[in-house]
Design a protein around this ligand. Sequence first.
Ligand SMILES: [Zn+2]
Length: 377
Amino acid sequence: MTTQSTSDNDFLVYNDFFDGSNDDIHSMILDGSNRYIQKVSGNGLNIDNSILNSIANNNSIYIENGYLKNSPVLSNLYYFDENHIIRSINDVYDFFDKLVSEFPFYVNRVDRGVDALGNHIYEYAFTPPPKRVQGVAISYSLPTKITIMAGIHGSERAAIINLMIFCYNLCHNPNGLENYSKIRSSMQLIVVPAINPSGVNSRNRVNSNGVDLNRNFPTEWSNADGSKGDSPLSELESRIALDIFNAHPDSLCNLSLHGHGLEKQLFWMGSHKEWTLRLSNKVLNEVLAFYHDQMPFDTDKSLTLNYLSNNTAGTLDRHLQIGLNKSSILLEFSGVNELLGNNIVCSRVLGEVMLKKTIFEILETHQQSLILKSFTN
Ligand SMILES: [Zn+2]
């Protein structure tokens, strides 16, 4: 039996009430004074949302891996409409700035410049303490480092919100949720929540000049489609993006976060290098299994829902990999659609799982490669 609670005002959720005869999970919910409220039955997410809503009101309870868990602020990010969570870029930065003030030893902010309308592009570093080393290479003291960039298409709010959910859990709930503690203690994450802040404000794919920033990068720019700008790197935001990567030459991989809306696949990842494609393929397999296991409706196992691709001409990811020989992976989160029962929570849970699995696989792959490299020495 497990219990999770964070304050007197929270609900206590006792998990693991298996009855042994089937796969149902039973959870008992008590209020902050240990008064019994309700027992909830169901397999994974197969719990009546009206029960959840009546108990949780608009907060406190969410679901992961078939377990009800509670977290006071988190659930707003799981439940609320995307245009309510992000009314403007200020809401995004207020969220991350709060993490900086609450966790000053872990999160800090760097100003990387402004776009054409004067909107700031901030970078947030999530940094674990270094290890103490003696007599061994200094590299042993360093965390596995990656960059994460969201919001290059300002209208794709799923990308930013799933990143907010991930970062919130990383700071507030690392020890209750699968793999967050390992990521927090062993990885440095350089997070750019909105590389196109004016596009976030206007809810547009393009920036304030009408340019699709993700077609504005030099590698095969001449073949790029859409509003790619007058020339490669014509836009401030594109140049700032490359400045950020130049500032972190020791980053192992970049993740570019998008939201693909209503396309027929649910899970889309794109890359070029062999190791990032194989890693993406593994993540896609695991997320698809999670979808079939955990979604609260019958899922058709014959449908093709995974999509693995290269990155197209003029994109940031193609330029990073082919132009600059860095590693990068595109993650396209699914919007709310009929494959998800038009359910916001399902969309957010799947987005979080996809992002977290990708990050965790990079950590595991990196650590394993360091061990194997030394195996022959
Ligand atoms: Zn996009």
